[in-house]
Design a protein. Structure first.
Ligand SMILES: Nc1ncnc2c1ncn2[C@@H]1O[C@H](COP(=O)(O)OP(=O)(O)OP(=O)(O)O)[C@@H](O)[C@H]1O
Length: 650
């Protein structure tokens, strides 16, 4: 049976699958030809180029992302630069904290990501132990039950360990570099950003952005104006992002340059993060792996509606829940298998420095569970730090229904004395005072009253100092009552972040299968929505009389915006179809001698290999409906005569 689908992942051969992707030029290692150049010392790892079908698939995924999120939700799209001044990423915390733990193998000179090293070694030991019984030579070590339990417990919460804890595991469990079995050094933090400088002077340090989010935060005021002050609203940005991964592996899954599509949904924290459209998704059942389950060393998934998950506070709020459901619908629409899908909650140590709750949409592949979309509640972190750093309030102002009286600490400087005493530094000192928070001001007020002098931190002053002493003659700190008619608040941010390359790879694994009668016949069942080419046009042979028919069909489909490809090679029709099954082309049209007689053509569907035969107008209409999603193949088969001639696939 040509069309029965061997769907089980046990029959999956990664080498066969990856060889298809290479052969059909979905993507390739960048600068590959330089590998053979004498003296070439470049490191190409984690850098990939996409070929024609890969590019078309990528573009179709991005296009669908825009429709599903940006257009559906009226999001405000921006396109921000990748080159980012150091000050911005210092304020956001990336310069100090955007790091992974790394171990060096001093003998091989290799650098390994510490958590991945522990994971790989423990998984190998567990798998060897499972195989030990079948190993006739007795080379594989069988682990006792307690050790198996210990390893499984560690793996279930591997993302929760920090550097010192990973170092302890490596030492206690004698974990070594699998490549050569050498001992590795203690983990150190490695910042993942690529650094550079701007202009010939090299005086302005910059980084290549590791995420698109910061550009969106810095444009917050303009976006708020653009949305006429209406809250909540969301911005979106798609662009290349850069991470200097310690040891890129697993093809497209961990690369150093990748396309990231991010949404920043700005919401009033006092609204309980409600979402207007939550009821549209609340019944959708999602697969969850929560924090507690992982901490207890288990990985079982519980299914429940997102409505219930928010009700019982498993998911923190409606807005986060709304996006989880929308992300699920999006990935399934692209071809993700719901049976290999889970939302995994971040463990406390794993959470990025800016996040307060985080769920990853993960897809199961031959590489294990892969995070494709990170959904984080970033609270008010980023807008607050950038406001503080720039003195520009990245806030929302709204008229209050009832004015509010607030008691607060306020510091003021004696203007007449500040200028003459501090000269050029005066502005910097005023700025430093403005940055002090209420708790600090309260403490300083007491100190000023007790000692008559306080010291406050500043940026570097003319004399090189980074703090200044202020005496009570020049500085006063007192409690005042302020009446607020306007409410000013910093919005919270819910952020779904989509790694487009990872999604592309995982979807390809999920839609890949081999025809049961011949495992060499490989198929990519990409949904028509994202398939690189929608229709293959095949003349029966290279007889010249077919050419005008094919040409006019191609033009007709193109004018409908339907991507098509002509294969007039001398290979048999079956071979030409097989080639296009590998490219995921969902439909094929054959033109033969009967076409020249009666104008009928054959339409073939990729997955079932079933065919219908009808006049050109009817077939073109069916193709248009299938591509536009208004008709399914089953409906077409019910409506048009099924072609009973010999299947070209046999
Ligand atoms: N090195 C990478 N290569 C490809 N895609 C990536 C890479 N790093 C992150 N992504 C993608 O960007 C999305 C958002 O990034 P995020 O910062 O949440 O990832 P992360 O938690 O750092 O990923 P990981 O834990 O796998 O390193 C991820 O869900 C993933 O799809």
């Amino acid at each position: 049976m040509a069309n029965s689908r061997a769907s089980s992942s046990e029959s999956f051969s990664r080498s066969q699958f990856e060889s298809l992707l290479k052969r059909r030029f979905f993507y390739t290692e960048a600068f590959e030809v330089y590998r053979t150049a004498p003296n070439y010392k470049g490191d190409n790892r984690g850098l990939y180029d996409y070929g024609p079908p890969g590019c078309a698939l990528l573009a179709n995924i991005v296009n669908e992302w825009r429709k599903h999120f940006v257009i559906e939700e009226n999001m405000l799209e921006v396109d921000c630069t990748a080159i980012t001044p150091e000050a911005v990423l210092k304020a956001s915390g990336h310069v100090d904290k955007f790091a992974d733990w790394m171990c060096r193998d001093p003998v091989k000179g290799e650098y390994l990501r510490a958590d991945h090293l522990v994971e790989t070694v423990l998984e190998t030991r567990l798998s060897n132990s499972r195989m030990a019984g079948k190993d006739s030579k007795g080379k594989l070590e069988r682990l006792d039950d307690a050790t198996v339990g210990q390893y499984e417990g560690i793996l279930a919460k591997i993302d929760n360990y920090d550097g010192p804890e990973l170092g302890k595991l490596i030492k206690d469990l004698d974990i070594r570099n699998p490549n050569g079995n050498g001992k590795v050094e203690h983990p150190t933090a490695f910042n993942l950003m690529f650094a550079s400088t701007i202009g010939p002077s090299s005086a302005s340090p910059v980084y290549f952005r590791p995420e698109t989010a910061q550009g969106q935060f810095l444009n917050f005021r303009k976006l708020l104006d653009y949305s006429q002050g209406t809250m909540p609203f969301a911005s979106a940005c798609i662009g290349k992002s850069y991470r200097n991964e310690i040891s890129p592996r697993s093809g497209l899954l961990r690369v150093r340059e990748f396309l990231l599509a991010e949404i920043e949904h700005f919401v009033d924290p006092e609204s309980n993060k409600r979402h207007d459209r939550f009821d549209e998704v609340s019944d959708i059942k999602l697969p969850f792996l929560d924090k507690e389950t992982q901490l207890s060393g288990r990985t079982d998934i519980s299914h429940m509606s997102i409505g219930k998950a928010v009700d019982i506070k498993l998911v923190n709020n409606e807005t986060l829940g709304y996006f989880l459901a929308r992300v699920y619908l999006f990935l399934v629409k692209l071809g993700a298998d719901p049976g290999r899908f889970r939302f995994r909650q971040h463990l406390d140590n794993e959470m990025a420095h800016y996040a307060c709750d985080c769920w990853d949409a993960e897809l199961l592949t031959s590489y294990g569970w892969i995070e494709c979309v990170g959904c984080a509640d970033r609270s008010a972190y980023d807008l607050t730090v950038h406001s503080r750093e720039t003195g520009t309030p990245l806030t929302v102002r709204e008229v209050r229904a009832t004015p509010l009286e607030i008691r607060e600490w306020r510091a003021s400087l004696e203007k007449k004395l500040v200028g003459p005493r501090f000269k050029k530094d005066a502005k910097m000192i005023e700025f430093a005072i403005g940055k002090l928070d209420q708790d600090t001001l309260e403490g300083l007020a007491k100190e000023l009253a007790d000692k008559g002098v306080i010291t406050i931190p500043t940026d570097e002053l003319a004399n090189g100092a980074t703090s200044v002493e202020l005496s009570s003659d020049i500085c006063s700190i007192e409690q005042v009552t302020r009446v607020e008619n306007m409410r000013e608040y910093t919005p919270n941010v819910i952020e779904p972040a989509f790694g487009i390359g990872r999604i592309l790879y995982c979807i390809l694994e999920h839609v890949y299968w081999n025809r049961a009668h011949d495992t060499a016949r490989e198929v990519l069942s990409l949904p028509i929505l994202v398939a690189p080419t929608k229709v293959l046009l095949v003349p029966l042979s290279n007889n010249a009389s077919f050419k005008p028919v094919i040409k006019s069909l191609a033009t007709r489909l193109r004018s409908l915006g339907i991507a098509n490809n002509v294969d007039s090679s001398s290979a048999s029709i079956g071979r030409r179809y097989a080639r296009n099954d590998e490219l995921g082309t969902p439909l094929g049209i054959t033109v033969d001698f009967d076409t020249l007689q009666d104008g009928s053509i054959t339409l073939r569907e990729r997955d079932s290999t079933a065919q219908v035969r009808a006049f050109e107008d009817e077939i073109v209409e069916a193709v248009r409906n299938l591509v536009g999603g208004s008709e399914t193949w089953e409906e077409v088969v019910r409506r048009l005569p099924v072609f009973m001639g010999q299947s070209q696939d046999d």
